[in-house]
Design a protein around this ligand. Structure first.
Ligand SMILES: Cc1cc2nc3c(=O)[nH]c(=O)nc-3n(C[C@H](O)[C@H](O)[C@H](O)COP(=O)(O)OP(=O)(O)OC[C@H]3O[C@@H](n4cnc5c(N)ncnc54)[C@H](O)[C@@H]3O)c2cc1C
Ligand SMILES: NC(=O)c1ccc[n+]([C@@H]2O[C@H](COP(=O)([O-])OP(=O)(O)OC[C@H]3O[C@@H](n4cnc5c(N)ncnc54)[C@H](OP(=O)(O)O)[C@@H]3O)[C@@H](O)[C@H]2O)c1
Length: 412
């Protein structure tokens, strides 16, 4: 149903509105479709999976084996490698959207969403490319805007003075354009470590800012993926014991990482992940370059100068470019006017995993578990099941109401 009488257009959506056409939004739409519940997917960019298509570097592959990254109802093609490339993952998502006939409304940025207590519906406002406004009125709202919606760009003293290129990893494609250059990579998560490796492979000269402790684990151990092995061990052993094992094997395979400037946290990798959400780095070759001195580890930055950086240990070094591998944040507080389910502070559901997917008044969250695509699949299935239950219940009421004697025509 559409109201076009005023300058903005209003659409009443019979099923849920899903905000975001990344893997989480697609998975939820597919699970709903499977149950016969229609949905409308709103996406700010011009394609599905915009994080993967527009904001990731060329050499990216899934870090976890494909069986841990597939979305519900459709596996990866059997001829895909264990760790699919970014393009293969995007191809898989395109095929997924085709199979479930998901056609997001592209170039629509959701700028506000609020529950109308009088109506008992959500009012979702979006802005198109030419500033065209739309309002969707719906019974259910699914937040699928992701943990990586916006780049985190830290304040740094002297930032305006630096003469070279400063960019976030979301704008980094390849080390090719940095060939021969001295590049400072800030942040040692999976992005920072992998970008350093890419820079080395393109004969650039990277240094890496490590401001805190970090767990680096080999991507594979004992012939299995580290992630798969951990999941398997956790079925039988307590988390602290599994952490001990992972650290012993890592020490045997990688050596003492503290010797190269990468001190380990006091808590083990899985316990730390569970408590704080901090992901361990899965090494795909960066550590060898750190050991050989091809990548230099530096402490925190004190200030930037024209073509140099002063570090907190008082040393100053020259650099041509700076890459900020400083992570991402949720953008939910900027558009969702709701304070109970989502924290205003970090834009994540307040209730911890596995209970963060459902709020009040028909509000849901998919993909905010800090557990990657595996968490996405779990959320999507639960949300579809829950909405389907209400959908069927309401349909039954509608039917009963329409058959009610009150609505029957009086006989002539
Ligand atoms: C470099 C990198 C590599 C990764 N590799 C892996 C991996 O190997 N395995 C794994 O499990 N996870 C990985 N992740 C984690 C990643 O978060 C998930 O893979 C996945 O992309 C999450 O899907 P999502 O749909 O929740 O979020 P996203 O993929 O971020 O999708 C959210 C969508 O919402 C849209 N959106 C945001 N705000 C609005 C708005 N206001 N209005 C309309 N649309 C909006 C965005 O444009 C985007 O398309 C990686 C992340 C990064 C950054
Ligand atoms: N192939 C893959 O599968 C792959 C590749 C890349 C990324 N990813 C995933 O993508 C997500 C995002 O990863 P990410 O590496 O981009 O972000 P991230 O995991 O959040 O790491 C950001 C890093 O930047 C550091 N940092 C932040 N601000 C800083 C500052 N001012 N100075 C110095 N260091 C600073 C953080 O240090 P602190 O810890 O001290 O805050 C942290 O080490 C993660 O889930 C990750 O696993 C996956």
């Amino acid at each position: 149903m559409m109201n076009t009488t005023s300058s903005w257009r209003c659409i009443c959506v019979p099923g849920p509105v899903i905000v975001g056409a990344g893997p989480s939004g697609l998975a939820t739409a597919a699970c709903l479709k499977e149950r016969g519940v229609p949905s409308v997917v709103l996406e700010r960019s011009n394609c599905i999976a915009s994080l993967w298509q527009l904001k990731t570097y060329d050499r990216l592959r899934l870090h976890l084996p494909k069986q841990f990254c597939e979305l519900p109802l459709m596996g990866f093609p059997t001829d895909f490698p264990t760790y699919p490339t970014k393009q293969q993952f995007v191809d898989y998502l395109e095929e997924y959207a085709r199979k479930f006939d998901i056609e997001p409304r592209f170039n629509e940025t959701v700028s506000g969403a609020e529950y109308d207590t009088t109506l008992g519906f959500w009012r979702v406002k979006s802005v198109g490319i030419k500033g065209k406004g739309m309002e969707y009125v719906c019974r259910w709202l699914v937040v699928a805007t992701g943990e990586n919606a916006e780049a985190v760009v830290p304040e740094m003293e002297g930032k305006g003075e630096f003469g070279g290129d400063v960019r976030h990893t979301s704008l980094y494609k390849s080390g090719e354009e940095f060939r021969g250059k001295r590049v400072l990579v800030v942040g040692c998560g999976n992005s920072g470590m992998e970008v350093c490796l890419d820079l080395c492979n393109h004969n650039a000269r990277p240094s890496l800012v490590v401001r805190d402790t970090v767990h680096v684990l080999p991507r594979e151990m004992l012939g299995r993926s580290t992630f798969g092995l951990s999941m398997w061990l956790l079925k039988w052993l307590p988390i602290r014991f599994v952490d001990r094992l992972l650290l012993i094997i890592s020490w045997l395979m990688l050596g003492d990482t503290a010797r190269f400037g990468l001190e380990r946290p006091r808590l083990g990798p899985l316990e730390l992940k569970n408590l704080s959400g901090k992901t361990p780095v899965l090494d795909v070759g960066t550590l060898a370059n750190i050991k050989s001195g091809d990548i230099k580890v530096c402490p925190s930055i004190k200030r930037l100068k024209r073509f140099a950086v002063e570090f907190v240990d008082g040393k100053t070094e020259s650099f041509d470019a700076i890459i900020l591998a400083t992570g991402y944040k949720s953008n939910v507080p900027s558009w969702l006017k709701e304070r109970e389910m989502f924290s205003e502070k970090d834009g994540y559901p307040r209730r911890p995993f596995p209970n963060g997917w459902k709020g009040g008044n028909g509000l849901y969250a998919v993909g905010f578990t800090k557990r990657g695509l595996l968490g996405t699949s779990m959320d999507a299935k639960r949300i579809a099941e829950d909405i389907d239950r209400c959908w069927k219940h309401e349909a039954k009421h509608h039917l009963a109401f329409s058959r009610s004697p009150l609505l029957q025509q009086p006989s002539p």
